[in-house]
Design a protein around this ligand. Structure first.
Ligand SMILES: [Zn+2]
Length: 136
């Protein structure tokens, strides 16, 4: 069973997450997979949470999933959609959903990754998600 070890990924660079951010820079979402037990895990870290192996490899994600849970923050009239997205690979990421109509984002909705330059540091792209318009 997957453990509830999800956490929000920030753009703070630490060695264990460097491959993740380098891939994001090239519009690729990559997920850490243990080289010993073979399981995917989230968040990125230097030690497998299942078997404590330090053999961590990275694999490409298709970048699609479903909204698992969602909440809307409102500050100064601006709404921000924060959601757990369950990737098709099975991992849940806490992330931001970019939506023209925040109230339209619903649990179970299909979303896809989109890479957006950080508002503070334009040098780094951050993976967020947006609704998938087609039904595939
Ligand atoms: Zn492992």
């Amino acid at each position: 069973m997957m453990r509830n070890t999800d956490t929000f990924v920030t753009a703070t660079a630490v060695p264990e997450t460097t491959p993740f951010w380098q891939a994001a820079q090239r519009d690729r979402l990559v997920l850490p997979r243990c080289g010993d037990c073979g399981r995917l895990h989230w968040y990125p870290r230097g030690i497998c949470p299942y078997c404590l192996s330090t053999s961590i490899a990275w694999q490409d994600s298709a970048g699609r999933g479903c909204v698992y849970s969602v909440t809307i923050f409102q500050r100064d009239g601006e709404k921000t959609v924060i959601a757990y997205v369950e990737l098709d690979e099975g991992l849940r990421l806490l992330t931001k959903i970019l939506a023209h109509n925040p109230a339209s984002i619903a649990i179970g909705q299909r979303v896809e990754v989109v890479f957006v330059p950080d508002t503070d540091d334009q040098q780094q792209k951050i993976p967020f998600f947006r609704p998938v318009l087609d039904k595939t």
